[in-house]
Design a protein around this ligand. Sequence first.
Ligand code: NAD
Length: 340
Amino acid sequence: MFDHPDYDDHEQVVFARDAAAGLTAIIAVHNTNLGPGLGGCRIWNYCTEAEAVADALRLSRGMTYKAALAGLALGGGKSVILADRSEKTPAMMRAMGRAVDRLAGRYIVAEDVGATVQDIDLMAQETQHVSGRSGRSGDPSPWTAEGVYLSMQAAAQIRWGTDLNGRTVTVKGLGSVGASLCEKLHAAGAVLKVADIRDDAVRRVCDKTGAEAVAAKAAHAQPAEVFAPCALGAGLNPSTIDDIQAEIICGAANNQLATPSDGYLLLGRSILYAPDYLVNAGGVISVAREPLGLTESDAQAKVKEIPETLRRVLKMAAQQGICPGQAADRLAESKFKTAA
Ligand code: NAD
């Protein structure tokens, strides 16, 4: 474990099992210097246990960096349950709640892929260390969309000295965040091109905003001034970066760069890349309201700080001759590594 490629001095990794309840789970707490590790519980039918371990290690580390840059008094944690979502039972969720409770508040569990508000409610019967119960902070997506939108406006100011009015933006992925982002961009006078693998999602956004539908596979290569990846996975890699025509990339998707070095390929093409985990932090800020006791307006103020942090990161990157992703990592590390 200690020489695992994704192990990065994680404070604690727990393998949790409750045979009677059918629970097999891993909880990874990466760093709690700034506060308890907050992070979702992913319920996924992993092909191998090794994949689940890697996911828990990688995702919990990412949460430390995201919370630190967002200025939250929280660390990074994440949990994975090794099961198909069709195998979920109330007993399994309650057993997960007990596993979380044994960490005595060092890890706060929230929703992630495969988990629902109802699952969090079941975990909450066994532990108070949860966020995102029904009737509480609710859907984080509009908060995420707002942070991405404000960041894109800031990037436009930095790049062109103007706002997004009249600029062409391609949005790839029209789910909860992408669709909400499109409405904001439309209201701001941007010209939209949109793509999704679900035709109904494309139709809904086109009807609302007058966007032009484009093919999902070629979305990154559209003639446009901004590209907003809001689907899943690593879309920016050596084979796509060459085809990008946009001058700015700013979107909600996690892990947009296939590898950190792809940030340098973008830099080499003079494309302004707004680091994903910085600009998509609106969601974690929303979820943090419960454990940190933040009011709605406290959280809104934190979302408004996201474009300021982006300016700072881009300035650091330019001064130090590094790509924005690396500058974001350095800034995050300067916050959590010294805060023990
Ligand atoms: P979602 O599941 O609601 O939407 C994702 C959309 O992407 C779906 O409409 C799906 O059909 C589409 N899609 C998937 N593969 C595609 C492809 N190859 N080409 C085009 N479209 C494709 O998810 P979401 O909540 O809107 O999140 C979008 C992204 O933002 C994800 O990467 C997520 O991890 C990230 N994110 C979301 C939040 C949040 O608050 N929801 C917070 C931070 C980061």
